[in-house]
Ligand binder design. Structure first.
Ligand code: ADP
Ligand code: ZN
Length: 227
């Protein structure tokens, strides 16, 4: 199964990805994580990327698409499929992804859109904290670590992401509305769009997801008969 996860920053795509991985075993590829890895290296590319990310702007399409193509076409761990999180973020990226996957004869199965309200997003992102060592996610109010600033899972330092400050968050929400939202129509036109509610509780999201994934499976089971 190959899918893309869509939705505004802070909709909960990371948690959604965790649920899907638990249910299907497919790999989670986050371009945000890949870019932050590059930034850590302090290479010329890493520095260039940092300039965009810390402003809340998009990294240029060709840079991100190249990273994704390298990952998707060379990683043997992706045999069972994967979900792309944070990519595509522009219609150009969506078109290039389609072209790349068509060439490889491994098209996307569907796009999963997680809807969320702006006030929910702002609360989530201003309170979001992340473990520097293992990437575990926390929230100051809803899910604080047991010991302040210390990761429950690995003992690593829990910090705020450099782009999770209110002005940058607002900028990212604007960028999303202008550049990323049109992608939803792009996949709707291809009849590949499915939707989950990002405002809902985890248990509800989980149940909805189970029925979505089962529907998709029965679609695929029926295909030979329809042909
Ligand atoms: P969030 O979903 O919380 O906004 P991500 O971790 O997905 O955060 O992305 C963080 C930042 O990385 C984005 O604000 C952007 O600067 C950059 N980025 C991630 N994915 C892409 C992409 N596909 N195209 C351009 N920039 C990207
Ligand atoms: Zn940790």
């Amino acid at each position: 199964m190959r899918i893309v996860l869509l939705g505004p920053p802070g909709a909960g795509k990371g948690s959604l990805a965790g649920l899907i991985r638990g249910m299907t075993g497919i790999a989670h590829i986050s371009t945000g994580d890949m870019l932050r890895e590059e930034m850590k290296k302090a290479s010329p590319l890493g520095k260039e990327i940092r300039g965009f990310v810390e402003k809340g702007a998009l990294v240029p399409d060709d840079v991100v698409t190249r990273l994704v193509e390298e990952k998707v076409s060379h990683d043997p761990g992706l045999d069972k499929g994967y979900m792309l999180d944070g990519f595509p973020r522009t219609v150009k990226q969506a078109q290039d992804l389609d072209a790349m996957l068509t060439r490889a004869k491994k098209p996307l199965d569907f796009a999963l859109y997680m809807r969320a309200d702006p006030d929910v997003i702002l609360t989530r992102l201003t309170g979001r904290r992340v473990c520097k060592a293992c990437g575990a996610l926390y929230h100051l109010k809803n899910k604080p670590p047991k010991t302040q600033d210390v990761c429950d899972l690995c003992g690593g330092q829990v910090t705020r992401r450099s782009d999770d400050h209110e002005d940058t968050i607002r900028r990212r929400m604007d960028v999303y509305a202008i550049s990323t939202k049109p992608i939803i129509d792009y996949y709707a036109r291809q009849k590949k769009l499915k939707e989950v509610d990002g405002n809902a509780k985890t248990t509800d999201v989980r149940n909805h997801l189970i029925s979505l994934l089962n529907d998709d499976k029965s679609d695929q089971d029926q295909k030979p008969r329809r042909d």
